[in-house]
Design a protein. Structure first.
Length: 138
């Protein structure tokens, strides 16, 4: 029997919970510099997309398409970057990052650029609520 799903403590510490889709938990990276969602399949001991069975892999792709549409509506970015790295956090998670030509890391990657800047509490609550609403409407 599989172990119960638990979110990696580093993801827990750096994100805000937006909601749950059928496969993934949706998180908002707590970094006001970049609009940034993270999808985490609620499967234990999974570190690569190829670790998912075919049905879960198909579900992940559908949820990533949904998250990209939400990001486009939420922030109106110039580009949306989608990536699953796992170099620091081995637990499978996929980043959906809204990018602007004017953002501080453009055109380079957001990882390792500067210091994370957490949202003020009121802004975080508002953004999480708006994102959650967009997921239910999409």
């Amino acid at each position: 029997m599989d172990a119960p799903f638990t979110l990696d403590p580093r993801l827990e510490a750096d994100t805000l919970h937006v909601g749950d889709l059928p496969l993934c938990s949706v998180l908002l990276m707590d970094d006001a510099r970049f609009p940034w969602l993270i999808l985490v399949p609620r499967r234990s001991s999974v570190s690569e997309v190829t670790d998912l069975d075919a049905a879960d892999a198909e579900a992940l792709m559908g949820e990533l398409r949904l998250a990209t549409r939400v990001m486009l509506e939420l922030s109106k970015p110039d580009k949306v970057n989608v990536a699953a790295l796992g170099n620091v956090v081995a637990q499978l998670h996929v980043h959906v990052v809204g990018r602007f030509r004017s953002d501080p890391a453009w055109p380079g990657p957001v990882w390792g650029h500067g210091t994370r800047s957490p949202y003020p509490a009121h802004a975080a609550a508002s953004l999480v609520e708006r994102a959650a609403t967009l997921f239910t409407q999409a």
